[in-house]
Write a new protein. Structure first.
Length: 568
């Protein structure tokens, strides 16, 4: 169950959301943008107080029970730290140097002191804030890709037959070393780290993100800990190039009131384009037209432009199918000479008519990865063909989730949705302990990018987060992750994109929902999502805060969505 989804809009392009923290009445989100660290605070409203904190490449946030926000971040190989009390933004407080290191994670103990875990030279360290600018660093273990959660043990601790304390601090840490996911427990009373579990990653697979952790106290004899992670087995026989759907849109989204992107308009005030961030495509626009003279010749011309950020194998061409078919791969299609024009260039083609209808094609093929490319078409014209919206200044409409010029239809080759063998396999693995981490189950598959029929679908996101609840009968654990590219329903051409997905398992068993799980929210609520974060609510162990990014309609700017989730 999710609460109302709140859009904490960022409206930025290219930011990487990295961390989220939940306080008593506050929410904090941290992200990186152009080499700078930004922290946004929300105090219960549908808006952020956004400030740049510092330059850096990684950031981690944690609230104490006193609502102090602790910030640890990496800058030029150094781990820095700031602490801001309620009402103060961390941008307004000075930074302290913790140690040399990377990938810091900050947590807070029962006395509200900060602990920062970080990596350096293939090892993991923990530094405890003593006072002032003093930190006490100590070696933890070998490993990398660190994930950590704090916990507080309220059971009475007895030493030498006498009660010694009834409230002490602990950590669970997961890290990767030599093909294993290793889990450690730290008990502050003893100041000891102990490895409590190790799980081998299957040969041929790779860990795709950090380990998700959750800790849940039922009573003094039943304390659950879950660790979960996603592995990827790479495609053994991928189709190359791996064509995907490009982004279709109007060149001038402000038409007709203002002008936008004038360098991509040949004539008038608008044009049509499609583009990708670097994924290959084999795509186009088509229109089936009436042919006034079935015994005559059809002529088609259009102006095309190719823009790219680097060298790429890209070709544009225009085509005519005089039979009126809609398959660009048909041998009936007559094509113009292919070209890659860096300025607007005329493409022309002609073909004898064979009936009362014909189909006109605008086509482009990109066979290179990792090079952003934009293809633009404008000022089309035809003879012996009733071409509509040739100037692309008519309305742009929605075709499924695409934005295309009226009277035209988009098409594209989708290699990832073809029945190929050896598609990438993504698996959600989990392991658990019911005694506070002393003993563990074996690693168990709880979800995958496979359907009940056994077919392999798209990709799962890199991170997975477990949320334990004992408020149900039987008790459950829910796993949240991004389902990045699920196959569209049969007969449709829905854009496959990421959205938060949940799979539920009975606590302490492998009895789970059918993979790949249930989308948490419908398609009309969120646009494509790539990054999912979760933060446990320190004041309500039955619920957690879920955060994800989502591309806006321009497929460049992003929103950040937030909701509380709980399993009922």
């Amino acid at each position: 169950m999710a609460t109302e989804v709140v859009n904490l809009s960022l409206d930025l392009e290219g930011q990487e959301v990295q961390t989220v923290a939940v306080g008593d009445d506050m929410l904090a989100v941290g992200w990186i943008h152009d080499g700078n660290i930004f922290v946004a605070l929300s105090r219960g409203g549908n808006h952020f107080q956004v400030r740049r904190v510092d330059g850096g490449s990684r950031v981690s946030l944690a609230f104490s029970t006193a609502n102090r926000l602790h910030v640890a971040y990496e800058q030029d190989g150094q781990v820095l730290y700031r602490a801001a009390d309620h009402g103060t933004h961390p941008a307004d407080v000075p930074a302290l140097t913790v140690d040399a290191g990377q990938n810091p994670k900050v947590v807070v103990d029962e006395l509200n002191w900060a602990h920062v875990l970080y990596e350096r030279d293939g090892s993991i360290y923990k530094a405890r804030h003593l006072s002032g600018e003093q930190w006490y660093p100590s070696f933890v273990t070998r490993g990398s890709n660190v994930a950590v959660i704090p916990f507080y043990n309220e059971r009475e601790l007895v030493l030498w037959g006498k009660p010694a304390n009834n409230y002490w601090f602990g950590l669970f840490l997961a890290a990767v070393e030599n093909g294993q996911v290793r889990v450690f427990r730290y008990l502050s009373w003893f100041n000891v780290w102990e490895q409590v579990a190790a799980f081998s990653i299957t040969p041929g697979e790779e860990l795709s993100g950090a380990v998700g952790l959750d800790y849940h106290v039922v009573d003094e004899d039943e304390v659950w800990v879950y660790a979960s992670w996603v592995t990827r087995r790479p495609n053994t026989a991928p189709p190359l190039p791996l064509y995907t759907q490009p982004i279709y849109e109007a060149v001038n989204p402000f038409y007709p009131n203002q002008i936008g992107n004038p360098d991509q308009i040949y004539h008038g005030l608008n044009a049509a384009r499609w583009r990708s961030w670097g994924e290959p495509f084999n795509a186009g626009l088509q229109q089936t037209v009436n042919v006034p003279d079935p015994a005559g010749t059809i002529a088609f011309e259009v102006y095309g432009l190719a823009q790219m950020n680097g060298a790429a194998d890209l070709t544009l061409r225009a085509g005519i199918d005089p039979t009126g078919g809609n398959n660009p791969d048909s041998p009936d299609v007559v094509w113009s000479a292919p070209a890659t024009p860096s300025s607007f260039t005329r493409f022309s083609v002609s073909a004898p008519a064979v009936g009362g209808t014909a189909t006109l094609f605008l086509h482009a093929t990109l066979n290179t990865s990792d090079v952003p490319v934009t293809v633009v078409w404008d000022a089309a014209g035809a003879q012996n063909a009733d071409l509509n919206n040739s100037s692309f200044e008519g309305p742009f409409s929605t075709q499924s989730t695409l934005t295309v010029p009226e009277s035209w239809s988009a098409y594209y080759e989708d290699s990832g949705n073809s029945p190929i063998s050896g598609r990438d396999v993504y698996t959600v693995q989990a392991a658990w302990s019911s005694d506070g981490g002393s003993s563990w189950s074996a690693a168990t598959e709880v979800a995958a990018n496979r359907e009940v029929s056994g077919g392999t679908t798209g990709a799962l996101g890199t991170s997975v987060f477990p949320v334990i609840t004992t408020a149900t009968e039987p008790p459950f654990v829910a796993f949240f992750y991004i389902y990045e590219a699920g196959d569209p329903p049969a007969g449709t051409r829905f854009l496959r994109f990421g959205r938060p997905t949940m799979i539920v398992c009975e606590l302490g068993t492998s009895a789970c929902d059918d993979p790949p799980g249930t989308p948490l929210l419908p398609r009309n609520v969120v646009r494509p999502s790539r990054q999912l974060l979760m933060a446990s609510d320190p004041f309500h162990q039955e619920r957690a805060m879920l955060i994800w990014d989502a591309l806006q309609a321009d497929y460049e700017s992003k929103d950040v969505y937030a909701t509380y989730v709980t399993v009922r």
